[in-house]
Design a protein around this ligand. Structure first.
Ligand code: GDP
Ligand code: FE
Ligand code: FE
Ligand code: FE
Length: 187
């Protein structure tokens, strides 16, 4: 599948705004892969499909999480988390993407995970710093990402957790575990 074919598949699943975000993530992920020695083609494909399931109904996502025996604690946490693991499942089923590294990068693009692969990190950070992201902190992480992908990842996770804390939102345990893993690794 070439880039235009992948983009055409994804465009049908997304709003215009989310499609523009996806293009931004794609361009940023390719830049990061180039800078940090990642696989450019896998970065492109994972970025294009990362938000594939973003607009599926809660009912459909809940059903897939249950039937496919995904982490049951997802269901007591925010539905915002669901499109990542559900996306990995649907991208394989509906778009025929089989590559396990690409599917993992999609699966973990919202929560992160312990011991993230280079591709996981590229997609997580690209999602946070693509040019359309104008929230406080994005510019700082963009700057860090020019020289240190791990520090950029840590800063974007930290900002996400702080953002949730300020909104009195619960933090998904895997989000915290991913962050803790990076902090321990630094020591
Ligand atoms: P997007 O799909 O491009 O908007 O970005 P993400 O997939 O990274 O994140 C989707 C949403 O999930 C964002 O609003 C995050 O703040 C939120 N999110 C990320 N981690 C957690 C978490 O641990 N708990 C909760 N409640 N929300 C989270
Ligand atoms: Fe997402
Ligand atoms: Fe993200
Ligand atoms: Fe995204």
């Amino acid at each position: 599948m070439n880039r235009d074919q992948a983009l055409a598949i994804v465009k049908e699943q997304l709003t215009e705004h989310r499609y523009v975000h996806t293009i931004g993530v794609m361009e940023t992920a390719i830049e990061l892969a180039d800078r940090y020695g990642g696989d450019l083609k896998k970065a492109e494909t994972a970025a294009i499909f990362h938000d594939y399931a973003k607009f599926r109904s809660k009912e459909e996502m809940k059903q897939i999480i249950t039937e496919q025996k995904m982490a049951p604690d997802l269901l007591i946490h925010s539905p915002e988390l669901w499109h990542a693991p559900v996306g990995a499942y649907l991208v394989k089923k509906e778009a025929g993407i089989e590559d396990a590294e690409i599917l993992d990068a999609i699966r973990y693009h919202t929560s992160g995970r312990e011991n993230m692969t280079l591709l996981d990190k590229i997609i997580y950070v690209a999602d946070y710093i693509e040019p359309g992201r104008i929230f406080p902190g994005a510019e700082e992480v963009r700057k860090i990402a020019e020289t240190d992908l791990n520090q950029a990842l840590m800063a974007s996770m930290k900002n996400t957790i702080l953002f949730l804390l300020k909104k009195n939102q619960p933090i998904y345990p895997q989000t915290l575990q991913s962050y803790n893993y990076l902090v321990f690794e630094e020591k």
